[in-house]
Design a binder for this molecule. Structure first.
Ligand SMILES: [Zn+2]
Length: 354
């Protein structure tokens, strides 16, 4: 079967449309012969945003030598067990009495960099270094559980903080600044760009069809089979029709509008699924990734279903750190260090000095 036909074939019973277009790029090679390369432009069924699948795009794979310095003990790491209780900040007492939330190896505390109003870091492991296969179901379950507990406590303290997501940047190519495995909680009165776009589009879908988009997506993909991967508990794992990044895998939790609706069984299923995907990334020789688990707004989330997206990043290379992390890649939200007005001050002086 022509792959384009397989991708474009519509399921008459589903309102979800998978639209793509095949394009051919032609040019002359240095020896004068004509080269034709295929390009496919795909449109996300919910947002209409487009992605490109282009012949020849390459993501570099693991280099063991580049990992060696990260695997060695690091006496300056703030997340290692001998320093974490002395150097990391504490949650306000009115939110949680003992300052940090702990479960298994996981420890959660506020993020020194406030990417969101109640930004938190949740260290995944007592070990400074984990191969991707070291992100076990148990470690991820403990980490997700502590993050959900934190969201519940903050929301009781400040109901305006209703937009939340659980995120991971792993290793420098993912935008992570510290290699010690950790997750980041986003919790803020404002959604990120992607969460806002998804909310608007999912409400429109609910209004038009009376159903949650992500539930229809999971069912449609499972029925078609082309991008369906597995069920883990009640969670459904699929690949993205119009990906946001390399090797993107998504998961949907049916009947769950917000992170606070997730049961222990759901947290277990999500943890098991994430661990399986990370094992596969490792087998295919990637070691850096981003992950985002998106919650519907805690106060009003009709039409939303909790869903997850994870992508592999270029493998770890010496002296390399990307400035694009989960915010830029999986939330379409820039996070920069200085106000544009200060940059303009500097530039004015620079221009004037010419
Ligand atoms: Zn460490």
């Amino acid at each position: 079967m022509d792959p384009a036909f397989a991708v474009n074939r519509e399921d008459e019973t589903s309102p979800i449309r998978f639209h793509s277009e095949q394009i051919t790029a032609s040019f002359l090679s240095p020896d004068g012969s004509e080269v034709m390369k295929s390009l496919e432009v795909r449109f996300d069924p919910l947002l209409g945003t487009s992605s490109r699948i282009a012949e020849g795009v390459v993501l570099s794979k693991a280099d063991e030598d580049a990992l060696a310095p990260l695997q060695a003990p690091n006496s300056g790491c703030p997340f290692c067990p001998d320093r974490i209780s002395r150097v990391t900040p504490k949650v306000l007492e009115a939110i949680h009495h003992s300052g940090r939330l702990e479960r298994g190896e996981s420890v959660l505390f506020p993020n020194l960099v406030p990417y969101s109003q109640y930004a938190a870091v949740a260290v995944v492991s007592q070990r400074h270094w984990l191969a991707l296969s070291g992100f076990t179901r148990q470690r991820l379950f403990d980490n997700l559980s502590v993050a959900v507990d934190y969201v519940r406590k903050v929301h009781a303290f400040d109901p305006r903080a209703e937009n939340c997501a659980y995120n991971i940047n792993y290793l420098y190519p993912s935008g992570g600044s510290l290699p010690h495995p950790h997750a980041q909680v986003y919790l803020d009165p404002h959604p990120t760009t992607l969460m806002r776009l998804q909310r608007e589009a999912s409400i429109a879908y609910w209004t038009a069809h009376g159903r949650a988009y992500w539930e229809d997506l999971a069912e449609t993909e499972e029925a078609r089979g082309l991008r369906f991967v597995a069920r883990v508990g009640r969670t459904r794992w699929i690949t993205a029709f119009a990906p946001m990044g390399f090797n993107e895998v998504r998961a949907v939790v049916p009947d769950c509008e917000t992170i606070l609706d997730l049961t222990d069984d759901d947290l277990n299923s999500l943890s098991a699924g994430i661990a399986r995907v990370l094992q596969w990334y490792e087998l295919t020789r990637y070691n850096s990734f981003n992950l985002a688990l998106y919650s519907g707004p805690l106060n009003a989330s009709r039409g939303w279903r909790v869903h997850l997206s994870m992508i592999s990043r270029t493998a770890m290379l010496p002296y390399y750190r990307s400035d694009a992390m989960h915010m830029e890649r999986l939330h379409w939200e820039a996070a920069v260090d200085r106000p544009p007005e200060r940059i303009a001050d500097d530039l004015r002086a620079h221009f004037a000095a010419a």
